[in-house]
Design a protein around this ligand. Structure first.
Ligand SMILES: C[S@@+](CC[C@H](N)C(=O)[O-])C[C@H]1O[C@@H](n2cnc3c(N)ncnc32)[C@H](O)[C@@H]1O
Length: 200
């Protein structure tokens, strides 16, 4: 399995725990690599869970390799979301699966939000598609058997400040008088999970 934009590798360990035989995560952040190495130090090096400190653009040619490729929390950071989906598809083996988790615009039409500046204080959010538009992007990229399996608003109990995470969190990113909006007046984050397959 491959987890693109894996952060510190948390989900890689969960995939391994759920039965994956080998898991590779990629993420360009040196801090996340250090966190991953700290966890690996305590788990021991005999587990087939690896983190490569690189961007998806810089991966060597792993065409048609992975049973399952995950992209979670990354699509909305990409300036070229269809290019991102195309890269993900190339990495999956024929008949393999994509798990795509991203912020969506909860609208029944085929629509996209392009924030004019920051979104929930993030300055690197480019495209927030509605589920129907994201399905079209997946179809146009060549995926089949596309299924939307979940839409869940991100809550302040899930994404919150703790004694381990003392920086600003969701509560600081939402309009104090209307938590259905971000501080910039956009719809508050809701996240969708899509499954899709690469044709055999
Ligand atoms: C919002 S975090 C999501 C982390 C994790 N997937 C999760 O769901 O908790 C996005 C991650 O994507 C990574 N990232 C950003 N650009 C990337 C790229 N071009 N290729 C791979 N990862 C990237 C960032 O370093 C960051 O860790």
């Amino acid at each position: 399995m491959l987890d693109v934009g894996c952060g510190n590798g948390y989900h890689c360990w969960r995939m391994y725990g759920a039965g994956a035989s080998t898991v590779i995560g990629i993420d360009p952040s040196p801090l996340f690599l250090c966190q991953f190495m700290a966890i690996s130090h305590f788990t021991g090096s005999h587990h087939p869970v690896f983190l490569l400190p690189m961007k998806i653009e810089d991966l060597p040619d792993f065409s048609n390799t992975f049973d399952t490729v995950f992209s979670m929390g990354l699509l909305y950071h990409r300036r070229d979301p269809i290019g991102h989906l195309t890269r993900l598809k190339k990495l999956i083996r024929p008949g393999g699966e994509l798990v795509l988790e991203t912020i969506i615009l909860n609208s029944s039409t085929s629509n996209v939000l392009v924030p004019s500046g920051r979104y929930a204080k993030m300055n690197n959010v480019w495209f927030i598609p509605s589920p129907s538009l994201l399905e079209t992007w997946l179809k146009r990229t060549g995926f089949v058997n596309i299924r939307l399996i979940d839409i869940t608003p991100t809550t302040r109990t899930e994404q919150r400040r703790t004694e381990w995470m003392e920086y600003e969190s969701l509560n600081d990113f939402l309009d104090p008088s209307n938590p259905r909006l971000t501080v910039e007046g956009y719809p508050a984050p809701e996240r969708a999970v899509f499954l899709a397959e690469k044709p055999s």
